[in-house]
Design a protein around this ligand. Structure first.
Ligand SMILES: [Zn+2]
Length: 296
């Protein structure tokens, strides 16, 4: 073991203060990391065909997606993480190639039907959340495959803050006291998430010129992800869970009249505009349940 490596490991073991018999005891807790990986924001993806199962090039991009997950897993492991979950968050939830995934990772596939959705599996036992392959919110110019959830949603906001999927997923992590420390994906997504969460580590693997994609070689972006994740986890103490004041007020704008009509029948949802539905709750998972009903 190299000296530098030893220091890194030492820096990453979290110190937990426990009171035993009236005495404060310090115990080391192994770092546990949750990685949610989407596909539209993966290096090279430029068209919906690239991320849909019947697309000719889908097999290529699911492999790049798996390798980007591995880059994040390697970065987390280098920073001392001892348990690393990878949540496959795109489309069917069955994109990552399990055999190719780094063996240190635990994989979450398919949809549970529950409100955590792209964050399925997260709970208070995790120390940090990481998003890879993420994309900008619906309506963002010069970004690749920008959308919010279903493609029929034109805007998602909570308490007046319009946000991408990364924003509401950060709020889900925040419910369990878990900070988002690193995000990789489209440049515009990196800008949007930094505006919401502040100074987290980001890696823009690509940017758009209109609908054209510009990116370095996938091997280069993997190195950037690996280094960025390690750097973020080494300054874990700088990050705070993302939280907003309760009650949460969700405003969803849709571009389909039938969906607005249907959504307005969900208990507690009111139609507040021609294309707009509003729902208020103190429980963010109730917000996500209402959203999963109205978005499709
Ligand atoms: Zn996706």
């Amino acid at each position: 073991m190299k000296e530098g490596r030893h220091e890194v490991l030492a820096a990453c073991l979290l110190v937990v203060m426990t009171v035993v018999g009236g005495n404060v005891v310090e115990a080391e807790k192994a770092l546990k990391v949750f990685i949610s990986i989407d596909m539209e924001g993966v290096t090279g993806v430029a068209n919906w065909e690239d991320v849909e199962r019947d697309g000719k090039d889908y097999p290529i991009f699911r492999e790049i997606m798996t390798r980007e997950a591995n880059a994040a897993v390697e970065g987390a492991a280098a920073a001392g993480a001892r348990e690393i979950w990878v949540r496959d968050s795109h489309g069917t939830g069955r994109n990552i190639l399990p055999e190719m995934l780094d063996r240190r990772a635990i994989l979450v596939r398919e949809w549970s039907g529950g409100p955590k959705s792209m964050m399925e599996g997260i709970d208070e036992s995790f120390d940090a959340a990481i998003f890879v392959g993420y994309h900008a919110k619906a309506g963002t110019p010069n970004s690749l495959l920008e959308h919010t959830s279903s493609g029929k949603v034109t805007d998602f906001s909570v308490n007046g803050m319009s946000m991408p999927e990364a924003g509401y997923n950060a709020l889900i992590a925040g419910l369990y006291g878990v900070p988002v420390v690193f995000v990789a994906g489209d440049l515009t997504l990196c800008e949007q998430i930094t505006a919401l969460l502040g100074d987290i580590e980001t890696v823009a693997v690509k940017h758009g010129i209109g609908a054209a994609e510009v990116s370095p070689h996938p091997e280069v972006t993997r190195e950037m992800i690996n280094a960025g994740v390690e750097k973020a986890l080494l300054r874990l103490g700088d990050f705070k869970p993302y939280r907003l004041d309760t009650p949460y007020t969700l405003v969803v704008k849709l571009k389909d009249e039938e969906m607005v009509q249907k959504g307005s029948h969900y208990p507690g949802v009111t139609r507040t505009g021609e294309w707009e539905l509003t729902f208020t709750s103190d429980d963010f998972l109730e917000i996500m349940k209402a959203f999963s009903y109205v978005r499709r």
